[in-house]
Ligand binder design. Structure first.
Ligand code: SF4
Length: 225
């Protein structure tokens, strides 16, 4: 597998935000979202066997009572690499709770059922809207989450309508609406969390506002956190 980084941090997103977590960031992505904050994972990386990834995860997670039990496989786009389901299998067998963050463009059905799938639906302002694999809606379940990253009112309207049209609240455990965080180098403006919160409240949507917690804890430009 080609890996950009393996590190321990605080889970920043989703319903497990705030929990210690080991992250395995795979290299490469076939999309180019305008506001991508992990473009450094598009190229490069270092080849590892599944065994080597497991060893590194175990070393970072520690053992005994203080063992970190949550592992997230992310990217880039982790489902581009054929060994990802096998890695997830091995992590589950080792007793970890395993999450995967994916763009939604790839079918998630080849992953073990126990893997918690955080599946994006790209909104228009990402520049990658329309890439979602609709078959994913048939294989996600109550432990999974569908996430919209929202840059504008146009994105919000898209996310709200998609959520209603496909009955997402009944298909997955959580629907997440996350505002785009402003780029530290000023390449994109971001969306105010307050504005998004007010839209959600105004429409009475059954969704969770998601903030990228790690960007409030550390410098938003910092890698490996
Ligand atoms: S899918 Fe994820 S990694 Fe790929 S360009 Fe979009 S935000 Fe970046």
């Amino acid at each position: 597998m080609v890996i950009t980084e393996i590190f321990k941090s605080i889970q920043g997103e989703g319903t497990r935000a705030g929990l210690p977590c080991v992250f395995v960031r795979l290299t490469g992505c076939n999309l180019r979202c305008v506001w991508c904050d992990t473009a450094y994972a598009f190229y490069g990386g270092r080849k590892h066997t599944v065994e080597e990834v497991l060893e590194r995860v175990h070393a970072l997670a520690g053992d005994g009572g203080s063992r970190v039990s949550l592992v997230e496989i992310t990217g880039g786009e982790p489902l581009l690499q054929p060994e990802t389901p096998a890695l997830a299998e091995r992590l589950l067998a080792a007793g970890y709770t395993v999450m995967i963050e994916t763009s939604g463009e790839r079918f998630v059905g080849a992953l073990p059922r126990e893997v918690i799938k955080i599946v994006d639906v790209k909104c228009p302002d990402s520049g990658e809207s329309g890439k979602f694999d609709m078959a994913n809606l048939d294989v996600v379940g109550p432990q999974d989450e569908i996430k919209f990253v929202i840059a504008s009112r146009r994105d919000y309207d898209f996310a709200r309508d998609f959520t209603a049209r496909h009955g997402l609240a009944a298909r997955v455990g959580q629907v997440l609406f996350s505002p785009v965080f402003p780029d530290p180098e000023g390449r994109w403006p971001g969306l105010s969390a307050r504005e998004l919160a007010e839209w959600i409240l105004g429409d009475g949507l059954p969704v969770r506002l998601g903030l990228q917690l790690h960007k409030f804890i550390w410098d938003p430009a910092m890698k490996g956190v």
